[in-house]
Design a protein around this ligand. Structure first.
Ligand SMILES: Cc1cc2nc3c(=O)[nH]c(=O)nc-3n(C[C@H](O)[C@H](O)[C@H](O)COP(=O)(O)OP(=O)(O)OC[C@H]3O[C@@H](n4cnc5c(N)ncnc54)[C@H](O)[C@@H]3O)c2cc1C
Length: 369
């Protein structure tokens, strides 16, 4: 440590990565504060199901002392994948290597809840949106908050996701659009209300792909199915198509035209979902993304290496958090710990980002236009 007192470690963002860091630090008796812009734990829906891999996410959960509780909540049967022919909806053999056999699924909200519950009361300070960080000249940092207050830290960890407010202190990189958009649609109580779809999806994930388009449907907990309708298009595809995102009928008509010729059982995903469509253009950071080490500040998770959502981002965010915590526990100086962590994390994420970019191109191949 830089001085006799304990370093003030402030994590910006109570996502999976920031929470894993805080949990492992606390498990080893270290103090940490997490600033989160959301007003409370339930302020925002947390999204779909995540498969948690043995060598990344589960490693982090083991370090957090939460692996058993994770296994009690997780759905090993959710690892099932079904590949369907788009024109006939018949099941096809899955190409390529077998999936990781030990990657049970869990809803993101459940996993985040597990980490949150494990922290000492008051660790996460809700409703604290950070707007930026300024150096104080002695290796320490001042965080500026939207409510006009400030927070000083010996170590700031930007765990604030894709649109990080901490990243600009380290790097000029900003996320760019991949050319791929996912549109999300949900089905509630599907075994009762959408039984044919429930049977078609099974316990895990259904995938149909053709012509740079994909339909993906994934079983979540509590009888919910979440579908992603993926395609290549300009980011402002809705303007080009003359539809408004809130106009469900217009979006549906546009998508049905796009997926013309696909089997009716698959088009059910477009026709009969509950609620609206959610537009999710996919952004990534340039890869490899790295920065010159700066004392007293670093990044983890999506803030450091936003990559296509093909099943690694949440796993890596938690592993980053656990690795940074271990480095801070092992090294007596904060700066040595952060350097050790960055030397491990940056090459690992560069390799992963390349793999994820290739996986996205395989899933939804680039078009010539
Ligand atoms: C559609 C989709 C599907 C995905 N599926 C998978 C999957 O199956 N498996 C997988 O491993 N990954 C998946 N991912 C990727 C995964 O969601 C992310 O990589 C992961 O959530 C990153 O975690 P994080 O902690 O770095 O950031 P986040 O989860 O984004 O958390 C950041 C936190 O910081 C807070 N915050 C943001 N700005 C501020 C601020 N200024 N001040 C204070 N707080 C702030 C946010 O509110 C949030 O709580 C998917 C992503 C998408 C979009």
């Amino acid at each position: 440590m830089n001085s006799a007192r304990e370093p003030r470690i402030v994590v910006v963002g109570a996502g999976l990565g920031g929470l894993a860091l805080a949990r492992v630090l606390q498990l080893h008796g270290r103090s940490v504060t997490v600033l989160e812009c959301d007003a409370s734990t339930g302020a925002r829906a947390q999204g779909g199901s995540l498969d948690i891999h043995g060598d990344t996410g589960q490693t982090a959960l083991r370090a957090a002392g939460l692996l058993d509780r994770f296994r009690a909540l997780a759905r090993p049967e959710g690892q099932e994948w079904r590949l369907l022919d788009p024109a006939t909806a018949t099941v096809l053999p899955f190409p390529g290597p077998a999936h990781d056999e030990d990657s049970p699924e869990i809803d993101r909200g459940q996993l985040r809840g597990l980490l949150l519950e494990s922290l000492a009361g008051g660790t996460v300070r809700w409703g604290r949106a950070v707007t930026g960080a300024t150096p104080l000249g002695d290796g320490t940092w001042r965080l500026l908050l939207a409510d006009g207050t400030t927070e000083d830290a010996d170590l700031v960890v930007g765990a604030d996701g894709a649109w990080s407010r901490i990243r600009p202190a380290l790097s000029d990189a900003t996320p760019g659009y991949t050319g791929v958009t996912f549109i999300e649609a949900g089905f509630d109580d599907c075994d009762t209300r959408h039984p044919a779809l429930a049977r078609m999806v099974g316990n895990g994930t259904l995938l149909a792909q053709a012509d740079s388009k994909v339909l993906l449907a994934q079983r979540n907990s509590n009888g919910r199915i979440r579908a992603y309708i993926g395609f290549r298009a300009p980011q402002n595809w809705q303007a080009a198509a003359g539809v408004k995102l809130g106009d469900r009928a217009a979006v549906r008509a546009h998508l049905l035209k796009m997926f013309d010729g696909w089997d009716e059982s698959l088009l059910y995903l477009l026709r009969h979902h509950d609620g609206g469509f959610v537009n999710r253009p996919l952004f990534v950071l340039p890869a490899p993304h790295a920065w010159e080490h700066v004392p007293g500040i670093t990044l983890l998770g999506d803030a450091a290496h936003l990559m296509p959502p093909v099943g690694l981002g949440a796993n890596l965010a938690m592993l980053d958090g656990a690795d940074l915590a271990h480095a801070l526990i092992a090294e007596s100086r904060v700066d040595d710990a952060v350097r050790a962590y960055e030397n491990l994390m940056l090459p690992r994420s560069a390799e992963a980002a390349q793999g994820c970019a290739e996986a996205l191109d395989n899933l939804i191949p680039p078009t010539d236009t």
